[in-house]
Design a protein around this ligand. Structure first.
Ligand SMILES: NC(=O)c1ccc[n+]([C@@H]2O[C@H](COP(=O)([O-])OP(=O)(O)OC[C@H]3O[C@@H](n4cnc5c(N)ncnc54)[C@H](OP(=O)(O)O)[C@@H]3O)[C@@H](O)[C@H]2O)c1
Length: 275
């Protein structure tokens, strides 16, 4: 039976990406991050999503290097922060991230945010990093339709993924349609609405019907839409719960009810405001 460790999506780079990854934004550096990653590996996760700005790359790298799972079976993502955008700064920032991680390569390197006037030069740096084999796949984050159209008009390489906030309450249908047309996989960040809609009556009703938690219902909705889901928790029991998504399914009625929850809920920064 396929499960957390072997449920993957195909990327345009040729690599495959595990469909559920542990997010570590706001997970404190040090033992908290190392323990969260270790708990995730124990639970069967094979994918961790960090970033320069999260301040915990070194701990993610330590947990990956010291864990029992072979590097080749793991998928590690980090991201280029805004202050480091531009061609030369991006290449230096990547070197520094890789050094902090203590790895020979990352599976995915993302432009964290579409910084105006810099993002195309940053993308050129990522293309170079990919060509050098040090990032197996490259992509973007927080790129909506105007940012993607600009990039696709200039890029040699189509991004493998676009990581955006995505839940039943914020569905970004136009961005998803454009990404589908170009074979760009969508990664859903803040997939638990940062806790804000876990007890929404529709979510709670679906959860009751399938005998699962509200968190699992939100994540399973994304899995069935062929999104990569990136839930964050520091608690081992919740990390396991958030990965237990492949032994149940939502029926058409439940999917339709969840699809009907769009309300434009942005819990973080809204890239629609970025020119
Ligand atoms: N690219 C970007 O700009 C960007 C932006 C935001 C996030 N992200 C990525 O997406 C990841 C996840 O997003 P997020 O951290 O914003 O939010 P999230 O995963 O939607 O929600 C995390 C919150 O939910 C709680 N939680 C986790 N599992 C739970 C469960 N089963 N039941 C109840 N509560 C639960 C967590 O608390 P505990 O930790 O106490 O369990 C935490 O407060 C990040 O860690 C990061 O990797 C990327």
């Amino acid at each position: 039976m396929s499960g957390l460790a072997d449920t993957t999506l195909q990327l345009n780079s040729g690599a495959r990406i595990p469909q559920v990854g542990l997010g570590v934004w706001q997970t404190p550096s040090g033992a908290a991050t190392r323990q969260a990653v270790a708990a995730a590996l124990d639970a069967g996760y094979r994918h961790v999503d960090t970033a320069r700005i999260y301040g915990n790359e070194a701990d993610v790298g330590a947990a990956v290097r010291e864990g029992a799972v072979a590097r080749a079976e793991l998928f590690v993502t980090t991201k280029l922060w805004n202050a480091d955008q531009g061609y030369d700064p991006a290449r230096r920032a990547f070197d520094a991230s890789l050094a902090r991680l203590g790895l020979d390569y990352v599976d995915l390197y993302l432009i964290h945010w579409p910084v105006a006037g810099k993002r195309l030069e940053s993308w050129r740096a990522l293309e170079r990093i990919h060509a050098d084999g040090r990032a197996r796949s490259i992509g973007v984050s927080n790129f909506l339709v105007p940012h993607l159209e600009e990039l696709l008009g200039a890029a040699k390489q189509v991004p493998a993924v676009n990581q955006i906030e995505l839940t039943p309450f914020l569905q970004r249908r136009d961005t998803r349609a454009l990404c589908d047309r170009h074979g760009i996989v969508i990664e859903a960040y803040s997939p638990l609405t940062r806790g804000q809609r876990l007890n929404h009556p529709v979510v709670a009703d679906v959860a009751r019907r399938v005998g699962r938690s509200g968190a699992q219902v939100l994540l399973r909705w994304g899995v069935q839409h062929r999104l990569v889901e990136l839930p964050k928790s520091t608690r081992p029991a919740r990390i396991a719960e958030n990965g237990a998504l492949f032994d149940f399914a939502l029926d058409d009625r439940a999917m339709n009810e969840l699809d009907g929850l769009e309300e434009g809920l942005v819990t973080g920064w809204d890239p629609a405001e970025q020119a």
